[in-house]
Design a protein. Structure first.
Ligand code: GDP
Length: 197
């Protein structure tokens, strides 16, 4: 699986300091604690590629990983949703984030992680609307699917699909468990399409 040949490239404190906008990028986003680091580590088969910053309110970095020796990148966006972040910083950050999602040419797709027990919070939906504005394809992972029984997880999937439809959002969505390594092939398949493999 090609996404396993992943190497840390660089960290940027703001989108203005991103690597050049060439090649193909897939970005990972989600609320803090949604399971983003676990998902990236399971996908790339590395234990500590993505380290989640657990300090509320601290400015987190945008981390770039290169895949193989091609011009393809995986982008680990800072987790959002910590109430402790000062409002002004949040606003500035949001403007940059929106601009990145709407105008980054190399950005081929967004993987949005949301906890299956409480999917699609306010800012998740905000992200989805920005992605739609930028015609950016989105694939949603309902994370920690192992926390629910099989039937309940299927229901969560159906209900979230309905909600997306109601919001007029055209995303793909799947169940995911980093713990049980479930959903990895499906995710790698979607990313492979975006990366043009
Ligand atoms: P991040 O803040 O989004 O990077 O989230 P982390 O990957 O650090 O995960 C947050 C918490 O959820 C940690 O305690 C993980 O052990 C837990 N977690 C992540 N993925 C799973 C999963 O698939 N199943 C279960 N049960 N717990 C998970």
């Amino acid at each position: 699986q090609k996404i396993q040949q992943t190497e840390f490239m660089t960290s940027a404190p703001t989108f203005r300091l991103c690597p050049p906008d060439v090649g193909l990028e897939v970005a990972f986003a989600g609320r803090s604690n949604a399971g983003k680091s676990s998902a990236i580590n399971a996908l790339t088969n590395q234990r500590q590629l993505a380290r989640s910053s657990k300090t509320p309110g601290r400015t987190q970095m945008i981390n770039f990983f290169s895949i193989g020796d091609t011009n393809r990148r995986l982008v680990d966006l800072p987790g959002y949703g910590y109430a402790a972040v000062p409002l002004e910083m949040k606003k500035e950050w949001q403007v940059e984030l929106e601009e990145y999602l709407v105008s980054r040419s190399s950005l081929a797709g967004l993987v949005l992680m949301t906890d299956i027990r409480h999917p699609l919070k306010f800012f998740d939906e905000q992200m989805l609307h920005w992605a739609k504005d930028g015609d950016l394809p989105v694939h949603i992972l309902l994370t920690k699917a192992d926390k629910l029984k099989y039937g309940a997880s299927k229901n969560a999937l159906l209900n979230t699909r309905k909600r997306l439809k109601k919001l007029g959002l055209n995303c793909t969505i799947q169940l995911f468990s980093a713990l049980r390594k479930e959903g990895l092939d499906e995710l790698a398949g979607v990313m492979g399409n975006w990366y043009d493999y």
